[in-house]
Design a protein around this ligand. Structure first.
Ligand SMILES: NC(=O)c1ccc[n+]([C@@H]2O[C@H](COP(=O)([O-])OP(=O)(O)OC[C@H]3O[C@@H](n4cnc5c(N)ncnc54)[C@H](OP(=O)(O)O)[C@@H]3O)[C@@H](O)[C@H]2O)c1
Ligand SMILES: *[C@@H]1O[C@H](CO)[C@@H](O)[C@H](O)[C@H]1NC(C)=O
Ligand SMILES: *[C@@H]1O[C@H](CO)[C@@H](O)[C@H](O)[C@H]1NC(C)=O
Length: 291
């Protein structure tokens, strides 16, 4: 126990030194007039990311399935200072729709600087894997394949603008977490695809950046409804989460962890002592409330 504490403290000291020396700031001028797609922006983290880009004067294109919500978010984006705010309604389970979204957005925006891949759906209920293939297939389409389809369709525009791809992952995209096998599968797949793509871009010096956001529990309405009573973790604010993600995107950082202190030490320690960290994480699930 004492050894672990010492290890944790040395890690904390090391990390804080790194954190404070490497913190950079962004200015609205860096974002003003940039063309941004945010998927899954009718609510939650995507909605907040759209607001952060809007405040700095970007042109935003929103997309999700619910038109009414998107309309309201677009209105607020304009109030916050967006250069323009449009939306397109689409279901990301359909690859043709995903392709249409990217094409339509690039046409209307006249190009693309930031592709923010954020939507989440079709994973089924949070609970034991009972062998049902339906959520495996729908989650794979919505949470993995459509991300690739959007990237594929937008690639030419991103190469032209030397733009950026931002991908939402999770600690569950790095460390297998219980009761969410279909979700973990999609996030691990995204981490694989986009870490490969990032290396390719770096080697080819094409100056398209890939930022992966590794998130902990965030207080969005849907996440709290789905797992609020099933885990003992406390949820971090979606507004601050969006600020950190947009900062990292604009600074073209490869990764961003949020909440930093809740996630990064676990991830680093996991590489040193995987079973210790997995057992620690298992204790955060309230099994009585999980079917
Ligand atoms: N919240 C957390 O605790 C947490 C933790 C780690 C990672 N993340 C990641 O962060 C991202 C956002 O999470 P969140 O909590 O903000 O999610 P959320 O509040 O549930 O929002 C999901 C968004 O995706 C859209 N969507 C759902 N199904 C869709 C479909 N079939 N086609 C198109 N759009 C669809 C929803 O809009 P419509 O219903 O209108 O389509 C909504 O805008 C996700 O990638 C998630 O994995 C979240
Ligand atoms: C997918 O979307 C396209 C165009 O939006 C539509 O023509 C097609 O019928 C859809 N496919 C399915 C399986 O819903
Ligand atoms: C890479 O792209 C960014 C944003 O488009 C630009 O600011 C930067 O100057 C580019 N760097 C190089 C080396 O071309």
């Amino acid at each position: 126990m004492a050894g672990l504490k010492l290890l944790l403290w040395s890690l904390i000291v090391g990390l804080s030194a790194y954190y404070f020396y490497s913190t950079d700031t962004i200015t609205p001028e860096m974002v003003k007039g940039k063309r941004v797609i945010v998927t899954g922006s009718s609510t939650g983290i995507g909605e907040q990311i759209a607001y952060r880009f809007s405040e700095m004067g970007a042109h935003v294109m929103l997309t999700a399935r619910r038109a009414k919500q998107l309309q309201e978010v677009a209105k607020k984006c304009l109030e916050l200072g967006a250069g323009s705010a449009r939306y397109v309604v689409a279901d990301m389970e359909n690859m043709t729709s995903a392709q249409n979204v990217a094409q339509e957005a690039i046409k209307q925006l006249g190009g693309l600087d930031y592709l923010v891949l954020n939507h989440l759906g079709g994973t089924g209920t949070f609970g034991s894997f009972k062998g049902d293939m339906e959520p495996v297939l729908s989650s794979n389409k919505i949470n993995f394949l459509s991300y690739i389809q959007l990237t594929s369709t937008a690639l030419k525009a991103l190469l032209e603008s030397q733009g950026s791809i931002i991908v939402m992952s999770s600690l569950s995209g790095r460390i297998g977490s219980p009761f969410s096998a279909t979700y973990c599968a999609a996030k691990f797949a995204l981490e694989g695809f986009f870490s490969s793509l990032r290396r390719e871009f770096i080697m080819k010096k094409n100056n398209v950046s890939v930022t992966v956001a590794i998130l902990g529990f965030i207080d969005t309405e849907n996440a709290v409804k789905k797992i609020g009573d099933k885990v003992t973790m406390s949820a971090s604010p979606k507004e601050e989460c969006a600020i950190e993600i947009v900062n990292a995107a604009v600074l073209r950082q490869p990764e961003v962890f949020y909440p930093y202190w809740g996630i990064k030490p676990l991830w680093l320690l996991h590489n040193l002592a995987p079973n210790l960290i997995r057992n620690l994480l298992d204790k955060m699930y309230v099994q009585e409330n999980i079917s």
